[in-house]
Design a protein around this ligand. Structure first.
Ligand SMILES: [Zn+2]
Ligand SMILES: [Zn+2]
Length: 643
């Protein structure tokens, strides 16, 4: 067994000292807890001491001891004080050792633990902190205008360990049966519905909750506060509630409508009904992220959930809809099927981002969600990913602490763009079929990006693993150049294409890298790249390629529908005709977004992409169909000329 800083180097196969992988661990040296025991079920009882900013915890974990010689167990724990730990049939731990560096606790017993099922019981206390991570406190205003304290949790990525000692890794799934002792007038919520309430003489009460399905620790959640709620029921009978500040239930109505529509839509898409009996959504007054997809108890920053739909702008409504729909996509993609390790988090977020756009578009076609996606998400991805300082979407993460650093706009925006691209390559039917297979094969378990590519490869027969790997494991993206278009004797036109790695500083790439590129082409008087996309030819990951298309030769639009996150450049002679196609709306709305997308201040490299001269750039930009577009162009030009 190889040990780095107290952690066993664990193989994907789950053995800490696997003979096959002992010299070269299969997981890039991930630092994981030892695999000598696996958690099966947690029973967790927490008594809140709100005024003292503290809580008392008792956790009993059913574990499966897998290693014969083990007389100690190491779990994650952070900022917890341990009073006692015991193992059923063995007795109390003789030593409890904390490591701040690895945020772990090791319980040592005086004899080896029996193999197979056993029970580890731990009594401890914790701090109800004010750091918006772990189990933390925030203040709220009650009905009478008094400022009071409430409590809620934020565990992703690695803060469940601040609430309970646990195997705080996404792959270590287990069930949770919890109870909370709280002040009698407060509402206590967790992932599952309330099972019972016991009132105590001191005015407090203990609320117990049904047992959860198998799930990852980072998705466990508690909220304790005073709320008013609005509620509805999904088509398949799931209770959906939005919890609002006291006296303001109307602020939850819009989010509730979005949630009902989203749940119905996902039930249909995934062909797996929402897996829990209820879906709660709560606004937390002090919240670090936008929202958190805790299973069955999604928490939000107030502005991302609560809105007065009579006075809000359509931009504000859109933001709430996007966030709600995004978090609910995670209830399946992320919660039911979870990434095996943090380096696949990009897929979770990329998928939810793509899904949020699609469902929002269905609910509100007037919001032009896909055009916004191309302009905002994909535009941002291309701006950042054209820099030398960019990085691949998929990078190995050895320590869970690193997840925050690598998980940035590149992973998020390019991740969403890459999911949109694979959807175009597969077509809706195969995309959904593969997705359903993946969801049903890995329900209540874990999967990797490769597992999802595999599911799509199986249903489509296309080399999805290899193809998509080039887009997720390499940084940057290609510049696709249309070199020439020559009429052929059979009436078709031969396009000569060239690809190179695009860097916005204009420098030559230090190494050659290339991509397999799906060629969606719209041609004047011929092919329409938006039809039969799943039959589009693939340009191999080589510099040059020739493609025959039908058309009258006036213009070609490569990357029709902007389905591939890349840039395209045309011969100067073709630009006037292309500009006129934009003006007359002969090409689709997504493609008419191109000039807009690329005149945003961050992405001025458009000038040497679609055309390499300012004059021809002006030609295309002038074809934009609104004064707003021309205004944007003017701003972008001013910036360019003053640089
Ligand atoms: Zn192995
Ligand atoms: Zn998300």
């Amino acid at each position: 067994m190889d040990t780095i800083g107290g952690f066993a180097t664990l193989c994907r196969c789950g053995k800490s000292a696997c003979a096959t992988h002992i010299t070269a661990p299969c997981d890039d040296g991930r630092q994981l807890l030892p695999a000598d025991a696996e958690p099966i079920a947690y029973a967790l009882d927490i008594a809140l001491r709100l005024d003292e900013h503290a809580f008392d915890g008792v956790v009993a974990v059913d574990v499966d001891v897998r290693s014969r010689e083990t007389s100690s167990l190491t779990l994650h724990a952070k900022e917890l004080n341990f009073k006692k730990a015991s193992f059923e049939g063995i007795g109390d731990a003789t030593n409890i050792a904390l490591s701040e560096e690895t945020s772990t606790v090791t319980f040592t017993f005086d004899k080896p633990l029996p193999l197979g099922n056993g029970k580890l019981s731990i009594t401890y206390t914790g701090e109800l902190n004010n750091q918006m991570a772990g189990f933390y406190r925030s203040s709220y205003v009650d009905r009478d205008g008094n400022t009071k304290l409430m409590a809620s949790t934020q565990f992703e990525a690695i803060d469940a360990r601040r609430c309970l000692p646990c195997w705080d890794e996404p792959r270590r799934k287990a069930t949770f049966e919890c109870s909370l002792r709280v002040p009698g007038h407060m509402t206590a919520l967790s992932n599952m519905p309330e099972k019972g309430v016991e009132e105590h003489a001191d005015g407090s009460k203990t609320v117990s909750f049904d047992r959860t399905p198998r799930m990852s620790t980072y998705l466990l959640a508690f909220v304790v506060g005073e709320f008013d709620a609005v509620e509805a029921t999904s088509k398949n009978g799931v209770q959906i509630r939005v919890f609002c500040p006291p006296g303001k239930p109307q602020l939850g109505r819009f989010a509730l409508e979005c949630a009902v529509a989203a749940l119905d839509s996902y039930d249909e898409t995934f062909q797996i009904h929402y897996p829990l009996p209820k879906a709660d959504m709560v606004a937390i007054p002090e919240f670090a992220a936008g929202a958190m997809e805790n299973w069955g108890l999604v928490t939000y920053r107030e502005v991302d959930l609560l809105i007065d739909d009579r006075s809000a702008s359509s931009r504000q409504l859109q933001r709430v809809a996007e966030v709600v729909i995004h978090e609910l996509a995670h209830q399946w993609f992320g919660n039911l099927v979870t990434m095996e390790w943090w380096d696949d988090l990009w897929l979770n977020e990329g998928f939810a981002t793509w899904m949020e756009t699609g469902v929002c578009h269905k609910l509100h076609p007037d919001w032009n969600m896909w055009e916004q996606f191309i302009t905002d998400m994909q535009g941002r991805a291309l701006s950042l990913d054209a820099l030398r300082s960019s990085h691949p979407i998929q990078v190995p993460i050895a320590k869970a602490e690193e997840v925050e650093q690598v998980f940035d706009a590149i992973s998020y925006c390019k991740g969403g763009s890459v999911v949109r691209m694979v959807h175009a390559i597969l077509g809706e039917a195969k995309f959904v079929e593969g997705l359903r297979n993946y969801m049903s094969n890995f329900s209540y378990g874990n999967a990797t990006t490769d597992d999802l590519w595999g599911a799509w490869e199986d249903v489509s027969g296309k080399p999805i693993r290899k193809l998509m790997g080039q887009w997720t494991r390499q940084m940057g993206f290609p510049l696709l150049e249309l070199k020439a278009a020559e009429p052929q004797p059979d009436g078709s036109i031969k396009l000569s294409l060239h690809q190179s790695w695009f860097l916005s500083d204009g420098s030559a790439p230090s190494s050659s890298q290339s991509w397999t590129i799906p060629l969606f082409v719209t041609a004047s008087g011929g092919a329409n790249g938006e039809e039969k996309m799943d039959e589009a030819p693939l340009m191999p990951a080589e510099a040059d390629f020739e493609l025959n298309v039908k058309g009258d030769g006036a213009w070609f639009k490569l990357n029709a529908g902007q389905h591939v996150p890349m840039r395209v450049v045309y011969p100067e002679t073709m630009v006037p005709n292309l500009a006129s196609a934009v003006r007359t709306k002969s090409i689709c709305a997504a493609d008419r977004q191109t000039p807009r997308a690329q005149t945003s201040p961050q992405s001025h490299h458009f000038c040497y992409v679609t055309s390499r001269t300012y004059a021809t750039l002006c030609e295309i930009l002038r074809s934009g169909d609104s004064t707003k577009v021309r205004g944007k162009c003017y701003t972008a030009f001013t910036q360019l000329l003053t640089q």
